[in-house]
Write a protein that binds this ligand. Structure first.
Ligand code: FMN
Length: 263
């Protein structure tokens, strides 16, 4: 089967899912690729309809072994009746658990046919210079693998007379935690110049644009986009459960995981 265009959707607070999605797009190699970044709250208000002649690729990070819960609402309005789809999860070198199964199930629930799935590795959201976990990933090798995954999706589409859903690892009910910590974990030092970038990059609008120290703890999803984007390096983690998790990840998740494909 042939497709008319590629719709590449990603949610990517710290940019690793985006980098993987871009690698996959290069491998797919179609000039008619439309990138839809659903990281900002405004972008998730737009509904999306994908036709059966378009390939949908969706890349999201793994949060607690699951698809980030804030994407549920957006996925409820996604329409992909009969569209071939590739589902991609990006984890921080701990585990992706049931996230890939959950994503393929969600896409199927919107009418899509998940013909391919993959897991990739991105620098952990909680990683820092002092406590690195999967630092610098996806690296050049990961990006080459993402490109090859893109080529394989196209090969599969070309050779398929009829679309069949792929099987991916995982169990349902998915379990795990979808409610994230609502803890005051972000420290802001005197280097902060109130430039407002932290508020701009926050995917849930939790940072006050007038006062960077003002974080709505109920809304914050601990994605660390504000910490990682701060040009002054003014933001960091206070001692507490999120920092404890960063310490644990740094000591327990050193063995580099490798991307996996399901086609
Ligand atoms: C709240 C939260 C939970 C996470 N849970 C997991 C997890 O269960 N397994 C894992 O390997 N990485 C986990 N991560 C790390 C992210 O999946 C990983 O860093 C990913 O590359 C971030 O994607 P992004 O750069 O597109 O935001 C978690 C990150 C956050 C913020």
């Amino acid at each position: 089967m042939d497709i008319t265009s590629v719709i590449m959707v990603y949610f990517s607070p710290t940019g690793t899912s985006k980098a993987v999605a871009e690698g996959i797009a290069r491998g797919i190699g179609r000039p008619e690729t439309v990138f839809i970044d659903i990281t900002s709250p405004g972008a998730r208000k737009e509904s999306l309809s994908v036709s059966e002649h378009e390939l949908l690729v969706i890349a999201v990070p793994v949060y607690m072994g699951r698809v980030p819960a804030l994407l549920n609402e957006w996925m409820r309005v996604l329409r992909a009746e009969g569209s071939p789809a590739a589902c991609v999860v990006v984890c921080g070198n701990r585990a992706y658990e049931n996230a890939l199964l959950e994503l393929t199930d969600r896409v199927a629930g919107c009418g899509g046919i998940p013909i391919a799935g993959a897991s990739f590795i991105g620098e952990h959201s909680f990683s820092s210079a002092d406590l690195p976990t999967a630092e610098g990933r996806p690296d050049q090798h990961d990006v080459c693998i993402a490109e090859s995954f893109g080529r394989k999706i196209i090969d599969k589409l070309k050779s398929a007379s009829e679309l069949t859903a792929v099987e991916v690892p995982g169990t349902s009910p998915y379990g795990g935690m979808t409610k994230l910590w609502d803890v005051d974990f972000i420290s802001v030092n005197d280097q902060c110049v109130q430039c407002g970038l932290c508020a701009e990059v926050c995917p849930v609008g939790a940072v006050d644009s007038e006062n960077s120290r003002g974080v709505d703890l109920e809304m914050c999803i601990t994605c660390c986009a504000c910490i990682k984007t701060c040009p002054q390096h003014a933001r960091g983690m206070k001692p507490g459960p999120v920092n404890d998790a960063a310490v644990r990840l740094n000591s327990l998740c050193k063995e580099p995981m490798q991307p996996e494909f399901f086609l």
